[in-house]
Each structure stands twice: as structure tokens, then as C-alpha cells.
Design a protein around this ligand. Structure first.
Ligand code: COA
Length: 260
């Protein structure tokens, strides 16, 4: 499939999706959000893809936010729809994807850009990265899940301060807050993400996807995460991956998971 705003490249089970509007610091306009939805949907269905890395093109930005020029004249109804649609087709969609998604934060991750990184399963940053939710400086609040996912990751007090002050933190502060898992140089960012992705892809894709579901269950209203864990744990016993994983262990060889 060809896209106007993103580039999708698959390499041996690891697919990198690059948001490609460097002149606009990869700001998320609606067309980009729709293309990302299509790409994530395709990669989820593609048996060849085991892990997805999401990054931004150029050396300056991951994503500098939702495209302000697109919503500057919106009214209440349009604003509500913008958030609802974006959350449904991209942010919640990525969070609940059955395949792991790693955000390679290669520069500014602001507003919708940080919210997109927050929706990914975990984040790795380059040392030039700057992160923040500056929406209140524009007279609005984060609308793509930032008020919910940021406190989940860094705690309520820190999220309150970051959102209310509209300030940015650097990569080391983000590491200190637990917002990103690792910080490295810009040159090493994708290689490090690929190395971790490769390690994940050597494991059972079915079990990894069950783990994503069980972990996410903790954050869903009205859902008992322990019960979901029991269900997902039990389901694993019916998979070919479980048979192969346990057999390989007992035969003292490396597992070759069929992915079923
Ligand atoms: N929406 C739309 N366009 C954006 C954008 C956004 N969120 N962020 C950057 N751009 C555009 C700029 O308008 C500029 O376009 P132009 O060259 O056609 O004028 C281009 O990207 C480069 O940005 P610029 O501001 O010139 O770069 P800078 O290095 O001086 O500043 C930032 C970088 C990230 C500090 C600054 O771009 C910024 O504050 N962006 C908005 C961040 C934000 O508030 N995001 C939350 C949105 S809800």
C-alpha cells in the first residue's frame, strides 16, 4: 500500500513505520492518523510482522503534536469528534494491538506526539528528545489519552505538573520518570530498538500477545486484570507455541515457535 505521510519498511519480522512530514516536524494531521491506522491494521494482519517500531523522519522530531493548523477553527462538536475519532482509530488501537509496538522517540514528542508514544507498549528515546504536553498553552487539554496514560506511567503529581506547566522534559528526565525505558544516541536509537524487537520476536508471538492483553486489562474500567490473566494463561495451554516451547526446553534445544 502506498501512503503520503508515512513510510513502512519490513525487515525480517520487524516492521518500522516512519511518520514522514519532516517539514511539519511530523505533526499529525487527520490524513496521517488515518494512514497510521491502516498501516497498523495491515501489520497486525501480516503474519510476517512480529514487532513494530514507530518513529519520526528527520533528526528533529518524533511528532511535534497534532496538526494545529487543522483544528484551530474547530467548534465544541468538531473538537469532541476530533478527540473521539483519533482515540478510536489510532491511540486506543495501537495500545490494544496484539503485536508489540515500540516508540523510537527521536526528537520532539509533544502533545499528540507524546500521546502517540504513550499509546505504544514502551518507549526508547535518543538523547536529543524532548517530551511534553503543551496543550494548555494553546487553550486546550491533551485529547488523545494524555491525561490518562501519562499519570499511569509517571504518577499523578508529575503528570499534573507537566500538563499544567506545559513544559518539556529532556530524555534523561524522561528516563528518571520511567516515561522511557532507555536513552541512547540518535545513531544508536533504531539499532537498539531493533535489538530489543529481535529479542521479543524470538519468543512466542501468541504468548507475547496474551501478555499485552493481560497487562492492558489492569487499566480498563470494570475489568478484573487477574481474571484476564487466568484466562489468557489458560488459553496458552491450547497453543502450538506452548507445545513447542515446553518440548524444546525439555529437549534442551532452542524453541522454534510456529506462532499459533
Ligand atoms: N502543528 C502544525 N505544524 C507544526 C506543529 C504542529 N503541532 N509543530 C511544528 N509545526 C510546523 C511549524 O508550523 C513549521 O512550519 P512552517 O515552516 O510551515 O512554518 C515547521 O513545523 C517547523 O516548526 P518550527 O516551529 O519552525 O520549528 P522550531 O524548531 O522553531 O520549534 C517546536 C520546534 C516543536 C518547539 C515548535 O514547532 C512547536 O512549539 N510546535 C508545536 C508544539 C505543540 O504545541 N504541540 C501540541 C499540539 S496540540
Amino acid at each position: 500500500m502506498s501512503y503520503n505521510n508515512i513510510v513502512v519498511k519490513e525487515n525480517n519480522g520487524i516492521t518500522t513505520i516512519t511518520i514522514n512530514r519532516p517539514n511539519k516536524l511530523n505533526a499529525l494531521n487527520m490524513e496521517t492518523i488515518k494512514e497510521l491506522h491502516e498501516a497498523f491494521k495491515d501489520e497486525e494482519a501480516d503474519e510476517g510482522t512480529k514487532v513494530i517500531i514507530l518513529t519520526g523522519s528527520g533528526e528533529k522530531a518524533f511528532v511535534a503534536g497534532a496538526d494545529i493548523s487543522e483544528f484551530a477553527d474547530f467548534d465544541v462538536k468538531e473538537g469532541t469528534n476530533l478527540a473521539a475519532k483519533g482515540q478510536r482509530i489510532l491511540f486506543d488501537f495501537v495500545e490494544n494491538l496484539s503485536k508489540p509496538v515500540i516508540a523510537a522517540v527521536n526528537g520532539f514528542a509533544l502533545g499528540g506526539g507524546l500521546e502517540l508514544a504513550l499509546a505504544c507498549h514502551f518507549r526508547i528515546a535518543s538523547d536529543n528528545a524532548k517530551m511534553g504536553l503543551p496543550e494548555v498553552s494553546l487553550g486546550v487539554i491533551p485529547g488523545y489519552g494524555g491525561t490518562q496514560r501519562l499519570p499511569q506511567l509517571i504518577g499523578k503529581g508529575r503528570a499534573m505538573e507537566l500538563i499544567m506547566t506545559a513544559s518539556m522534559i529532556d530524555a534523561n528526565q524522561a528516563l528518571n520518570y520511567g516515561l522511557v525505558n532507555h536513552v541512547t544516541t540518535q545513531e544508536e536509537l533504531l539499532p537498539l530498538c531493533e535489538k530489543i524487537a529481535r529479542k521479543i520476536s524470538n519468543n512466542s508471538t501468541v504468548a507475547v500477545s496474551s501478555a499485552i492483553k493481560a497487562i492492558n486489562a489492569h487499566y480498563k474500567d470494570g475489568v478484573n486484570g487477574f481474571n484476564i490473566e487466568i484466562q489468557e494463561f489458560g488459553n496458552c495451554f491450547g497453543t502450538d507455541d506452548f507445545t513447542e516451547g515446553t518440548t524444546a526446553f525439555l529437549q534442551k534445544r532452542k524453541a522454534d515457535f510456529p506462532g499459533k
